[in-house]
Design a protein around this ligand. Structure first.
Ligand code: KIV
Length: 284
């Protein structure tokens, strides 16, 4: 299993690494078998899976529900649970209680939280408690109303200096890595050079130690236009539309089900409800 020590080793050995989001058992199992070292159960699930306009309505219970499913699917990846809005902002005690649930109930190995400022002290308290913390700076979606929208951050010298000093403070506080989202490439590269811990970029150019993408964006499994920084490695929305249209047509014209899809009176095949393999239900 990938650990925080491996993640540090990636940086020390100049090995770029990938992280992807996962929100359910099946995607976690597929990505895990593909060899992804880190899976993030991101609060982006609120927008991607639940149809919210922002990540703000996502609750800790929503996150734990999805995190448990991911933990049932993954075997080797490091699992990071994203602390949702209002699960850590009130106090360090609240943060420890929420983060503890990710590790204790949902089988996560680390948590992620957004922002500098008060999140720095929270990071210190969590790491002292034995809970590895991934920071998140730049375009932090939980600050959407403060930022006036999902906008690139760190374009001015003073904003850039603030993000750099927050990154250094998070490292000092014990964070094992930091996501840099929606910042200019030069700033992301500068922060990456100034830190001992790895940075993981999204919309932050090629100069970070790792990269993260949202699973559905990477697969083209979306309805709208992809942001400029996304590379689509497949076009699954088109593929699904094609398959569904064909299914609708074949049911309509009677070509499905064909003779090969029928059960005979004396034999029985598997049903979709039978377990296909041994599944571990331990983590929740
Ligand atoms: O919630 C999420 O998916 C994230 C990543 C985009 C870093 O925070």
């Amino acid at each position: 299993m990938t650990t925080v020590l491996d993640v540090q080793r990636f940086k020390d050995e100049h090995r770029r690494f990938a992280m992807l989001t996962a929100y359910d058992f099946l995607s976690a199992r597929i990505l895990d078998e593909a060899g992804i070292p880190i899976l993030l159960v991101g609060d982006s699930l609120g927008m991607v899976m639940l149809g919210y306009p922002t990540t703000l309505p996502v609750t800790l219970d929503d996150m734990l529900h999805h995190a448990k499913a991911v933990a049932r699917g993954a075997r080797q990846a490091m699992l990071v649970g994203d602390m949702p809005f209002m699960s850590y902002q009130a106090s360090a005690e609240q943060a420890i209680t929420s983060a503890g649930r990710f590790l204790q109930e949902a089988g996560m190995h680390a948590i992620k939280l957004e922002g500098g400022g008060p999140s720095i002290e929270v990071t210190r308290r969590l790491t002292e408690t034995g809970i590895p913390v991934m920071g998140h700076l730049g375009l932090t979606p939980q600050f959407v109303h403060q930022m006036g929208g999902f906008k690139v951050q760190g374009k001015t010298e003073s904003q850039a200096a603030r993000i750099l000093s927050d990154a250094q403070a998070l490292e000092q506080a014990g964070a094992f890595s930091i996501v840099l989202e929606g910042v200019p490439s030069e700033l992301a590269a500068r922060i990456t050079r100034s830190l001992h811990i790895p940075t993981i970029g999204i919309g932050a150019g090629p100069g970070t130690d790792g990269q993260v993408l949202v699973f559905h964006d990477m697969l083209g499994l979306t309805t709208g236009k992809a942001p400029k920084f996304v590379k689509r490695y497949a076009n699954l929305a088109e593929e699904i539309t094609r398959a569904a249209s064909r299914y609708i047509e074949e049911v309509g014209n009677g070509t499905f089900p064909g003779p090969e899809h029928e059960y005979s009176a004396n034999g029985s095949g598997p049903t979709s409800k039978e377990p296909r393999e041994e599944v571990k239900y331990g983590a929740g």
